[in-house]
Design a binder for this molecule. Sequence first.
Ligand SMILES: *[C@@H]1O[C@H](CO)[C@@H](O)[C@H](O)[C@H]1NC(C)=O
Ligand SMILES: *[C@@H]1O[C@H](CO)[C@@H](O)[C@H](O)[C@H]1NC(C)=O
Ligand SMILES: *[C@@H]1O[C@H](CO)[C@@H](O)[C@H](O)[C@H]1NC(C)=O
Ligand SMILES: *[C@@H]1O[C@H](CO)[C@@H](O)[C@H](O)[C@H]1NC(C)=O
Ligand SMILES: *[C@@H]1O[C@H](CO)[C@@H](O)[C@H](O)[C@H]1NC(C)=O
Length: 359
Amino acid sequence: MRISAIVAALVATTAIASPIEKRAACTATSYDGIAGTKSCSAIVIQGPFTVPANKKVDLTGLKAGTTIKITGTITFAKGNLGKNDDLVTISGTNIKIDGSNGILNGSGPKYWDGKGGNGGVNKPKFVRLSNLSGSITGLTILGSPVHTFSINNCKGLTLTGVTIDNRGTNYALGHNTDGFDIGGSKDITITGAKVYNNDDCLAVNSGSNIAFTDNLCDGGHGISIGSIKAGQIVDGVSVTRCTVTNSDNAVRIKAYANATGGKVNNVTYTDITMSGIQKYGIIIQQDYTNDGATGKPGGAAPITNVNLNNIHGSMAKGTKGKDVYILCANCSKFNFQKIAITGGTAPTCTGISPKPSGC
Ligand SMILES: *[C@@H]1O[C@H](CO)[C@@H](O)[C@H](O)[C@H]1NC(C)=O
Ligand SMILES: *[C@@H]1O[C@H](CO)[C@@H](O)[C@H](O)[C@H]1NC(C)=O
Ligand SMILES: *[C@@H]1O[C@H](CO)[C@@H](O)[C@H](O)[C@H]1NC(C)=O
Ligand SMILES: *[C@@H]1O[C@H](CO)[C@@H](O)[C@H](O)[C@H]1NC(C)=O
Ligand SMILES: *[C@@H]1O[C@H](CO)[C@@H](O)[C@H](O)[C@H]1NC(C)=O
């Protein structure tokens, strides 16, 4: 009896110290398990489980080269965090995230009141990628309370095959559910994404060498550069082979009239297909404000070297939208080729000389 008890104790002690147990600690099957995985170099976050209301998933300060596998559904219970909070934050060097069997459900429909980030109930942003390099593959995001991905201070990051579905139970109510917001980032590629949302599919606020390739954008405000505010510089964005459906706009560059020290340079949109566009097929404006366009463009942030090639498709039936709209005060070197947008009213292009073809 006594000997077998000692043996049992020894077995138990050995089990705790065994590599199998260590590996198990690198797999989180609940919210509480996540913190303990952060020192691991191969993390598994395995749903289904629920992140309690007002809790955030912190995956910052990971070891360089860490791999993370996300599987199953992780649901974020509705709480009252606000727009300065992010439900998930990820940072680290050369981090490889495989989300091909993973779903993050932000319970968006429980927050949505049609007011987005401009008022109504508190709504947290969903996933912040900050100081992150590496890759994310195949993650599905459902129901962002507001902005979905905020990509800040990242250099060398590729997102492949990410799905963002903010249709929820009432697609129209999920205001400001931006797909990808990029600020202060360099060498970013987003490819093979499907975005169903209710604001910009992509919004590049500042950064350089950004590629947005082979993506679908539905329901939102289009593939956007800006809105550019004071000091924000975008230099080098290429948007290639994307489809925009049932959206306000397809191709968009927007700057505040007074954006001193801002600029947009070297932007290329190639092979863009659109359908069901309600406002503008192509819009480039220097009179943007969050409260609406003023009609008075200002050239504090110049927009230069804009290349559009093979931009085609149709506006929504019965729309009062415009195929092409440019309102500039400081724009130059616009080179448009093969612009073929039908179903809207005729183009209006003001403040750009020479007028690009299609204007
Ligand atoms: C997402 O979570 C909400 C709970 O907030 C739930 O009602 C909904 O069914 C979930 N959606 C999916 C597809 O799992
Ligand atoms: C990212 O880096 C900046 C500057 O080094 C730092 O202030 C910030 O806290 C970092 N953020 C994260 C989430 O690591
Ligand atoms: C323009 O930006 C692209 C990236 O989008 C980059 O590859 C190219 O070198 C840039 N061209 C110039 C002249 O800077
Ligand atoms: C720039 O214009 C916007 C919209 O009119 C205004 O809200 C903001 O205060 C202005 N910024 C500056 C620095 O004047
Ligand atoms: C256009 O932008 C350039 C560079 O910032 C600036 O020097 C110039 O004054 C601007 N022109 C107008 C008409 O705003």
